[in-house]
Structure formats: structure tokens, C-alpha cells
Design a protein around this ligand. Structure first.
Ligand code: NAD
Ligand code: MG
Length: 388
């Protein structure tokens, strides 16, 4: 395999740092061309020193000044802002772009990389939630492979190797259920961020950890899967599987089911996406059946975890509704992290934002950008007026 030159967008995050650990293990296969971060200047400076990328991009103005100063005597170019990000991903020296920015903020750099024909490893599920149809259209037009990094989607992608897409009957996304599995509203009404951030199986960034606790993450993943694999809404199912060993499944037209399994470790799907179409060796711990007496599966409790229901509604409604859902969710998750809203109230605000924003059936990119802005403003207003 020729050495791949990587742009790692969001290199200071949970996915970004794990991707760099894979580079460490396989320096002959990967080199680092671009790194980007928002506000963690210290870690980005350290990464720049270690990996000597051609350039780094910093999207937070204050962090930019710090990074610029620290790297002034080095060969690493330092750029500021999202426009710079959109430019550097198009450089000839980039072979593979890992989209590991969190939230809507990752959309435009991913699109820009697709525009330039770069292979994408996509962790940033919000990109497909907001604009899945347009993103996949653009990828098809530019013949750009989008390799999923999300563990469930990597599982499905791996199950589909050698299969025809028109033989899929349905896919089954597994969900751990998060830290509050089995809890009821009378318990959830009092939970705080410290508790919600403690995921039983995975160690992840703050936003996705809260989304896992509310099951919004699984809802976002349903929409992500719909666009990635070109599925009908009815073909997408969710099952709770608390051990996170079966990472997802595909059922084919003959009733046969394929599952992809392994210990819960994001480094595996990240490595799979980076090395694709190769499968490369690693020394990660191996799953052993004897350590797991039972694997459990049950239906999600959508009455309690209403975000999963709201996301399912948004998926069926389609148009700009998933974009509205995502924007409102980003606002309330941020508020929850700052102790400004209760756990259950997050769903109330998302629901009201979905009800109140104008629906657009076939939005173009400008309309999606506007929907995102309006939905954020609406959700913020509900929060500020305590009106939900
Ligand atoms: P994180 O919060 O740990 O890291 C986010 C990264 O994005 C950081 O490098 C940060 O600097 C950058 N960033 C944040 N805000 C930004 C902005 N406004 N503009 C530009 N850059 C910004 O997040 P994470 O857990 O690594 O998740 C990244 C993405 O991967 C998310 O979309 C998440 O849903 C997805 N994902 C993560 C995991 C996981 O295990 N962490 C698993 C599956 C999917
Ligand atoms: Mg996932």
C-alpha cells in the first residue's frame, strides 16, 4: 500500500487523537499532511511538533494566535478559520481526509474535500444528518468513496463487502443504551452532566457522550445510515445491546444475517477506514467469547428516551427536518453541558423547534444553512425565555 497523506480534521478530539495513534503504529502507511483543531492550542502545538504536518488550521481566533506564535520558527504553516480549512483539504498533497470535527461545524470542510475528489473517512455523522442527500449526490458525482468511521456504520460497511446493495432487506443498528439504560423519567429528571458523560463502554467527546445518554446518537445514526447506504426508512432498525460487542448487522433478502463483532474500541473502525481497502494488523486486545457469558438484545424505550423518537420522525419527514433536529440538539446539548437545561427538557426544546420551523421538502444547501441558523436561534430563545 502506498503511503497515504492524511488531513485529520479535529485532530485534538477523541477520534482525532486515536487516528494519530494509528499513524504511530503504522508510520510506513500513513503520514500527516494537515491537522486542525478549534480551541485546544496546547495539544495542537504538541501534535504539530511531533508529526511535522505541512499545515495546521485553527478555527478559534484566540487559539490561532497562540498556535501561530508557538510554531513561528517551524516549517509548519498555520492558518485560521473555516475558509482555510475548506482550502487545505483540497491540496494536491492530501490523499485522505478524516472528518473528525464534532457537529455541524464539520459539514463544509467535508463537502469541500469531496468537491476536490478526496477519499473521506467520515466520523462526523452530523454532516450526513444535516445534508446527507446533497453530500452523497456530490460524492457520487465526484466518484468519491465515503468510508464510515462510526462503529455501527463501519460494521455495516464491512458486512456489505462482496454483497449487492439491492440484496439488503434491512439493517439493525445496535445501541448500548448509554449510562441510563433502564432508567425512567422520574430518575432522569435529576441527572447531571457528570453522570451523563460516563458511558459504560466507550470513551468519547462530550457531545456524543450526551447524545448516547439521550439516545439521540442512535437517531442521528439512523439518518446517517439512510444516506450512507441508500436505504428506505423502513429498512432501518435499532436494537439495544448493552455489551457493545455486536457493532451492527445486515439482514439480506434470503433472511441471512451478517454481524460484525469485536471489543468496543473506536481505533478499529478508524483504522479500517484509514487503511481501506486493505485490512491491516494491530495489537489491540481480542474479543473472547468465554469472557462474555451472554450477549443481550432488547427494544429501545422510546417513550422515555424521546430523542430517538424525534430523530426517527425527522428521518421519515426528511427535507430540512433532520437539519432542524440537529441544530436544536446541538444547542440543548451545549446548554446541558453548561447546566442550563435539564436532561428531559432537551427533548421538549427539540420537539418545539421541529414543530415551529418552516418545513422545506427539497432544501438546497443555502436553505439548509438558513434552517440551521434559524433552528439554533429558535432553540436558544426557548432556553432563554424558559419557555418549553
Ligand atoms: P471531540 O469533542 O472529542 O473532538 C472534536 C474535534 O473537533 C476537536 O479536535 C475540536 O477541536 C474540533 N472542533 C470542535 N468544534 C469545532 C468547530 N466549531 N470548528 C472546527 N473544529 C471544531 O469529538 P469526538 O468525540 O472526537 O467526535 C468527533 C465526531 O466523530 C463527532 O461527529 C462524533 O459524533 C463522531 N464520532 C465519535 C466517536 C467517538 O468515539 N468519539 C464515535 C463515533 C462517531
Ligand atoms: Mg456510533
Amino acid at each position: 500500500m502506498a503511503q497515504k497523506r492524511l488531513a485529520i480534521l479535529g485532530s485534538t478530539g477523541s477520534i482525532g487523537t486515536q487516528a494519530l495513534a494509528i499513524v504511530d503504529a503504522h508510520p510506513q502507511l500513513f503520514s500527516v499532511e494537515i491537522l486542525s483543531a478549534h480551541s485546544n492550542a496546547a495539544l495542537l502545538i504538541e501534535q504539530a511538533g511531533k508529526y511535522q504536518p505541512n499545515a495546521v488550521v485553527v478555527t478559534d481566533a484566540k487559539a490561532y494566535e497562540t498556535v501561530k506564535q508557538a510554531l513561528s520558527g517551524s516549517n509548519v504553516k498555520v492558518f485560521e478559520g473555516h475558509n482555510a480549512l475548506n482550502e487545505v483539504v483540497q491540496w494536491d498533497t492530501v490523499d485522505f481526509v478524516l472528518g473528525a470535527i464534532v457537529g455541524y461545524a464539520g459539514l463544509h470542510s467535508t463537502l469541500s474535500a469531496i468537491e476536490a475528489g478526496k477519499t473521506i473517512g467520515l466520523a462526523n455523522k452530523e454532516t450526513l444528518v444535516v445534508a446527507g442527500e446533497l453530500v452523497m449526490q456530490k460524492a457520487a458525482e465526484k466518484r468519491v468513496p465515503i468510508i464510515p468511521v462510526d462503529s455501527e456504520h463501519s460494521a455495516i460497511f464491512q458486512c456489505l463487502a462482496g454483497e449487492r446493495m439491492d440484496t439488503i432487506e434491512k439493517i439493525i443498528l445496535t445501541a448500548s443504551g448509554g449510562p441510563f439504560l433502564g432508567k425512567k423519567p422520574n430518575f432522569l429528571v435529576n441527572v447531571k452532566k457528570a453522570h451523563a458523560l460516563q458511558h459504560p463502554n466507550w470513551s468519547m467527546g462530550a457531545k456524543i457522550s450526551i447524545d448516547s445518554a439521550t439516545l439521540m446518537n442512535k437517531g442521528l445514526e439512523m439518518i446517517e445510515a439512510k444516506w450512507l447506504f441508500g436505504l428506505q426508512n423502513e429498512q432501518i432498525e435499532v436494537v439495544i445491546h448493552p455489551q457493545s460487542i455486536v457493532h451492527s448487522l445486515v439482514q439480506f433478502t434470503d433472511g441471512s444475517i451478517k454481524a460484525q463483532m469485536g471489543l468496543p474500541d473506536m481505533k478499529l473502525p478508524i483504522q479500517y477506514a484509514m487503511a481501506f481497502p486493505q485490512r491491516i494488523h494491530n495489537d489491540f486486545p481480542r474479543f473472547q467469547f468465554k469472557n462474555y457469558g451472554t450477549l443481550n438484545f432488547e427494544d429501545p424505550d422510546i417513550k422515555t428516551f424521546r430523542n430517538l423518537q424525534l430523530a426517527t420522525q425527522a428521518m421519515y419527514k426528511s427535507g430540512n427536518m433532520p437539519c432542524i433536529l440537529n441544530a436544536a440538539n446541538e444547542v440543548v446539548v451545549n446548554a446541558f453541558i453548561n447546566n442550563k437545561v435539564g436532561f428531559l427538557e432537551m427533548s421538549d426544546i427539540i420537539e418545539q423547534t421541529m414543530e415551529q420551523l418552516p418545513f422545506i421538502e427539497k432544501p438546497n444547501m443555502e436553505e439548509l444553512i438558513a434552517s440551521d441558523t434559524e433552528a439554533r436561534a429558535y432553540a436558544e430563545q426557548l432556553l432563554q425565555n424558559n419557555d418549553y
